[in-house]
Unconditional design. Structure first.
Length: 137
């Protein structure tokens, strides 16, 4: 199951990197709970949105800006998967520079992404994943 979840996430992000948004969204639950850090603020509080359509709107906005994401690291732990994603040029749209890196933890249930939580940094993401921050891929 662990490798299946990691493979699912790699496949979804790879599809998005190829420009195939529909393939990525095919594995996202329609009731996705998406917790994000608003890029308009330097120290944002987490905001929660619901629904695959709202998430798709965010991905389309990124695409319109000409931004493409590349997965750098994937670590699975039970039903959760940590992913670090580099999006060259993303910092120009953020109040809080991150080196164009985002850290996310996704929850998988029955082969679908049911939750996505953006984290401030790698250590926070690994803590959400349930692993010590010292672990590497």
């Amino acid at each position: 199951m662990l490798n299946e979840n990691e493979d699912l996430i790699r496949g979804a992000y790879d599809a998005y990197a190829r420009g195939d948004l529909n393939a990525m969204l095919a594995v996202v639950d329609r009731d996705l709970e998406w917790t994000y850090l608003d890029p308009a603020f330097p120290n944002p509080e987490p905001q929660t949105s619901r629904g695959r359509d709202r998430f798709a709107d965010g991905l389309r906005a990124q695409t319109r800006r000409g931004l493409k994401s590349q997965v750098e690291e994937v670590i699975g732990n039970e039903d959760k998967v940590f992913v670090s994603v580099r999006t060259p040029g993303a910092d120009q749209f953020k109040a809080r520079p991150t080196g164009d890196l985002n850290y996310e933890v996704l929850t998988i249930r029955d082969g679908r992404i049911v939750a996505l939580r953006a984290c401030r940094n790698r250590n926070q993401a690994l803590a959400v994943l349930g692993l010590p921050s010292a672990r590497t891929a």
